[in-house]
Design a protein around this ligand. Structure first.
Ligand code: G4P
Length: 553
C-alpha cells in the first residue's frame, strides 16, 4: 500500500510539474516586450495612448497626457519633472491585446536622455522605431538605435503623421537602409499623404484599407467596404485618379523589395517591417499592432549567464535582472524602487529570492507595476515582465535575483559618457556631500571620475545626458541638503585604457587629452572631440593598445 502511496505522490508531483511547465510556456508565449525609439515630437505619447486604447487599458484619448500632468500633483517627486514636463519615473506600461500581454518599456528621449534610457532599452526584446513622416530619421533616434543594434533587437518601423505632407515612402525606405543598414519590408504602403492621405495598401492581404477622416468630407466617405482589392472598380471611383495610378505603380515597385518577409532577418535586426499611418487619427495603429504581435520576438532575456549556461524563459526557477534603480519616487515614503525584468520562471508576490552578488535573501513583499503612471500591486509575473521592487538597499544595477542555483547574468553595459562637469562641494559640507555622491553613484544615477592630482578631490560627473546632472544636483539638495555647483568641462569623448597605468606610463607625455581615473582607480582619457582622439591615436595607437569607450567591466 505504501508503494502505491509513493507512486500516487510521484504521479501528482509529475502532474503538477507538467502543469507549471504548461502555464510557463503559455504565459511566456503570449508576452511581447518592446520599447519605442523616437525623436521628440514624432508622436510617441500619442502612439502609446492609441496602443493603450486598443489594449483596453484606457478608455479615452487624452488620458495618458492628462495623467502625465496630474501626476506631479500627487507626487512631487521631481519638481523637476513638472518643471520640464517630462517623464523620468515611468518604466513599463502593460496592456493586453488579442490574447497577448504587451509590455511597453518607456525610454525617455531628448534632453531627458540618461543612462536609464539605455538601460531600459537593454531590458527590451523588440524596438519600435517611430518616425515622423515629414522629417524622416532624426538625431535622437540614431543614439537609441545604436543600442538596439548592439543588442540585435528586432526593429519595427512605424512612419507616423501621414496625414501631414510627408516624404515619399521610398525615401524613408532609403534612409533606413543608408542610416541604419536596415532592409525594409513595407507591410503596408501609404496612398497619398497630407490632405490627400486616403489609406494604405496592406501587402500581406493585398487589400486596400481606406482611411475615414472623421468629421471631414474626405474622398473615402463613400467607402462601403472595409477592404478593397487592388483591381476593384469601386476603388477607382473612391480615390482620385492620380493616386490610384501611383498606387498601381508603387505596388509594382515594391515587388523589387521582395514579397516574402524574411523572418530570420527580422529576428536578427537586419530587416525591418515598415508601417505607415497616423497615430493622432488612429489610422494604421491597429494594423501595426496585429502584425507586431505575430512577428515580434517573445521574451528572450539575456541568453546566457556569465558562466555560459543558457537560461530558458520558461525554465521553472525564477530569475530576474535589476536594470534600473529609482529613488524617491514618492516623497511620502522616501522609498527606492528597483526595476526588475523577469528572465525565467514565475514571480510571485511575497516570494523569497537570493541576490547572486551578495548571497543575501530578500522577501519581495510589495512588488509593483506601472500602469499609465499609476502603481499597481503585482501578484505574479513571467519572463518579459517588468516589476518594481521597493529596494531596501539590497539591489544594485545588474544584479541577478535567483531562487534556484546561483547564477549571474552578464553585467549591463555602461555607456560612453559625453558630458563632463566638476561637482563642487560647498564649504563645511564635505560629509553629506561625500555621502550623497556615494549614494547616487551606487544607484547608477551618474558615472564619476577623479582628477589624478590628489589635491583636487571634487568628483567629475560623467553622463550621457544633461538631465543626469540636473537629477544629481536636485537630489543632492533635496535628500542630502547640499547645495552643489556644477562646473562643466569641455570634453565630449572618454576612453578607458585597457592596459592600465603601466601602458600609459610607457607612452610618455600625451597632448590633446586629459588623464583622469574612475572610481576603481583605472585610467580614463578625456578628449575635447573626436578629432583630438584621432590625433592621439594617430601618434600613439600602437603603444596605447586597446581603448574602450565604456567603463571596463
Ligand atoms: P512625443 O511624445 O513623441 O514627443 O510626441 P507627441 O505624441 O506628444 O506628439 C507631438 C505632436 O504631434 C502633438 O501635437 C501630437 O498631437 C502630434 N501628432 C502625433 N501624431 C500625429 C499624427 O499622426 N498626425 C499629426 N498631424 N499630428 C500628430 P502638439 O500640438 O504638440 O500637442 P497636442 O496639442 O496635440 O497635444
Amino acid at each position: 500500500a505504501s508503494a502505491k502511496a509513493v507512486q500516487a505522490q510521484q504521479a501528482a508531483e509529475q502532474a503538477a510539474a507538467a502543469l507549471t511547465a504548461e502555464v510557463l510556456e503559455r504565459e511566456v508565449g503570449r508576452r511581447r516586450n518592446f520599447a519605442i525609439i523616437s525623436h521628440p515630437d514624432a508622436g510617441k505619447t500619442t502612439m502609446t495612448e492609441k496602443l493603450l486604447l486598443y489594449g483596453g487599458a484606457i478608455h479615452e484619448a487624452g488620458e495618458v497626457k492628462a495623467r502625465r500632468s496630474s501626476r506631479s500633483a500627487t507626487s512631487d517627486w521631481m519638481e523637476l519633472e513638472k518643471q520640464r514636463g517630462i517623464s523620468i519615473t515611468s518604466t513599463a506600461l502593460t496592456f493586453d491585446y488579442n490574447g497577448c500581454q504587451l509590455n511597453l518599456l518607456d525610454t525617455p528621449g531628448h534632453q531627458d536622455f540618461s543612462e536609464d534610457t539605455y538601460r531600459t532599452l537593454a531590458a527590451a526584446d523588440n524596438a519600435v522605431l517611430l518616425v515622423d513622416g515629414a522629417k524622416g530619421i532624426e538625431p535622437q533616434t540614431r543614439k537609441l538605435f545604436a543600442v538596439a543594434r548592439l543588442r540585435g533587437l528586432p526593429v519595427f518601423t512605424f512612419v507616423n503623421k501621414m496625414d501631414r505632407p510627408a516624404l515619399n515612402g521610398f525615401e524613408i525606405v532609403e534612409q533606413l537602409e543608408k542610416e541604419f543598414g536596415l532592409q525594409s519590408f513595407p507591410v503596408n504602403w501609404p496612398i497619398g499623404s497630407g490632405d490627400r492621405f486616403v489609406g494604405v495598401y496592406h501587402r500581406p492581404s493585398k487589400k486596400v484599407v481606406l482611411y475615414e477622416k472623421r468629421g471631414q468630407a474626405g474622398r473615402s466617405k463613400g467607402a462601403t467596404k472595409a477592404e478593397y482589392d487592388l483591381d476593384d472598380p469601386d476603388l477607382k471611383d473612391l480615390i482620385e485618379t492620380d493616386l490610384w495610378e501611383q498606387l498601381q505603380e508603387d505596388v509594382e515597385l515594391l515587388e523589387v523589395l521582395g514579397d516574402e518577409l524574411d523572418l530570420e532577418g527580422v529576428m536578427a535586426g537586419k530587416v525591418t517591417p515598415v508601417f505607415f499611418g497616423s497615430a493622432m487619427n488612429n489610422f494604421g495603429v491597429e494594423l501595426f499592432l496585429q502584425t507586431f504581435i505575430q512577428l515580434a520576438s517573445k521574451p528572450a532575456g539575456p541568453a546566457q549567464t556569465r558562466s555560459g549556461v543558457a537560461v530558458s524563459p520558461s525554465s521553472p526557477n525564477f530569475t530576474g535582472l535589476v536594470f534600473k534603480l529609482q529613488a524617491n519616487m514618492d516623497p511620502k515614503h522616501r522609498d527606492k524602487v528597483a526595476f526588475v525584468r523577469v528572465v525565467s520562471g514565475k514571480f510571485e508576490k511575497g516570494m523569497k529570492v537570493r541576490v547572486a552578488r551578495t548571497g543575501r535573501t530578500v522577501t519581495l513583499a510589495a512588488p509593483q507595476r506601472m500602469f499609465a503612471n499609476e502603481r499597481q500591486t503585482v501578484q505574479e509575473g513571467f519572463a518579459g515582465d517588468v516589476i518594481g521592487l521597493t529596494n531596501p538597499g539590497a539591489f544594485a544595477i545588474g544584479d541577478t535575483l535567483v531562487t534556484g542555483p546561483t547564477l549571474a547574468f552578464p553585467p549591463i553595459p555602461t555607456f560612453s559618457p559625453e558630458l563632463f562637469a566638476y561637482l563642487r562641494c560647498p564649504p563645511n559640507q564635505k560629509k553629506p556631500f561625500l555621502k550623497g555622491v556615494e549614494g547616487l553613484l551606487g544607484e547608477g544615477a551618474v558615472q564619476v571620475l577623479y582628477n589624478t592630482d590628489d589635491y583636487i578631490t571634487d568628483p567629475v560627473l560623467a553622463a550621457v545626458g544633461q538631465l543626469q546632472f540636473e537629477v544629481v544636483q536636485y537630489r543632492m539638495k533635496d535628500e542630502y541638503g547640499v547645495d552643489t555647483t556644477l562646473e562643466p568641462l569641455s570634453y565630449t569623448v572618454a576612453r578607458w585604457v585597457k592596459g592600465g597605468w603601466a601602458v600609459l606610463e610607457g607612452v610618455g607625455r600625451l597632448f590633446n587629452t586629459t588623464v583622469m581615473k574612475d572610481v576603481y582607480g583605472r585610467p580614463v582619457l578625456l578628449f575635447r572631440n573626436d578629432f583630438a582622439l584621432q590625433q592621439v591615436l594617430g601618434e600613439h595607437a600602437d603603444k596605447l593598445g586597446e581603448l574602450s569607450p565604456y567603463a571596463l567591466p
